[in-house]
Ligand binder design. Structure first.
Ligand code: PLP
Length: 292
């Protein structure tokens, strides 16, 4: 069965869906995107994903080509046409099509928009129990990582390094030894006194939607959460390390490069948070989940 994509006003079989060669997303990575989870037919944290999409657009002085209500209709229709119960929806908005020149095009060009959906059953519970292996990579990205831009080449290179090392993810480390986040997820440590620590939401990281939800769930469960930068050295010596993200959920980390973390298996607090996150997505209110 061919996937159906929404492309600039039309629903098309994905294999025949194309974009213009002078789309600025293609030529300059002049575009932004979002990925959200649909779990048993219910979108997870839809509103904060849309808030972040609008923020990314406004930081780059781009506009959304349709109203929030129309966008929701498109999302639902793409999910319906792909018969998707559980999976991820991808939305990309580019500045639009114009003759190649670095400055923004003159006039009010129409942004391009693509929405796709694909089945995805969530990150592996077996891997979570065992704890994932991660590698480290230098964080060579630009200084506006808070914008969910499609300019992902540094993330791609880091993730390729992880794949070649048969690791789940690459955590990104700045020149001064700070762990910012990972190539497609946020990074956390748990200290000896059980404080849960993650990088604050500055321009240095993407403010993960899952990060915000897990922070709330952790606080509700009575854990102490601290938002401060931490170093790779701290992470390697932490009681536990874990990652969060839309496709990651909560993933305990058992190894960083060649160093086992904690007791070398999925940490108990991280696994507790994974269970709480799972309960959260299992019990979302379908009636309000599409509200923005
Ligand atoms: N950090 C980066 C660089 C990401 O690409 C992502 C998700 O793709 C995340 C963090 C996690 O964000 P979210 O929880 O909103 O998926």
């Amino acid at each position: 069965m061919s996937h159906i994509a929404y492309v600039n006003g039309r629903y098309l079989p994905q294999r025949s869906a194309t974009v213009h060669i002078e789309d600025r997303g293609y030529q300059f990575a002049d575009g932004v995107y979002e990925v959200f989870l649909v779990w048993n037919g219910v979108p997870v944290d839809y509103a904060p994903h849309i808030v972040r999409l609008n923020r990314s657009l406004s930081e780059l002085r781009m506009r959304m080509p349709m109203s929030p209500a129309a966008l929701t209709v498109v999302m639902k229709e793409v999910i319906r046409r792909n018969h998707m119960k559980t999976g991820i929806v991808y939305i990309q908005v580019n500045r639009g099509v114009a003759s190649r020149a670095h400055p923004f095009p003159n006039g009010d060009i129409k942004p391009s928009i693509v929405v796709t959906a694909k089945h995805f059953a969530g990150s592996s519970d077996a891997m979570a129990e065992q704890g994932a292996k991660v590698v480290t990579a230098p964080d060579i990205r630009w200084e506006r990582r808070d914008i969910k831009s499609v300019g992902l080449l540094a993330n791609v290179l880091a993730r390729q390094g992880a794949t070649e090392a048969k690791a789940y993810e690459a955590i990104l480390v700045t020149a001064d030894g700070t762990v910012t986040e990972a190539s497609a997820s946020n990074a956390w440590i748990i200290t000896a006194d059980k404080t849960i620590v993650t990088h604050p939401t500055t321009n240095a990281i993407l403010g993960g939607v899952t990060r915000a939800t897990v922070k709330d769930l952790a606080k509700q469960a009575g854990y102490t959460v601290q938002e401060r930068p931490f170093t790779l050295e701290e992470a390697k010596n932490a009681k536990e390390v874990f990652l969060t993200g839309t496709t990651t959920f909560v993933m305990p980390v058992a190894q960083i490069d060649d160093k086992p973390v904690g007791n070398g298996t999925g940490g108990l607090i991280a696994l507790d948070l994974r269970r709480r996150y799972r309960r959260y997505i299992d019990t979302l209110d379908a009636a309000t989940a599409w509200n923005v």
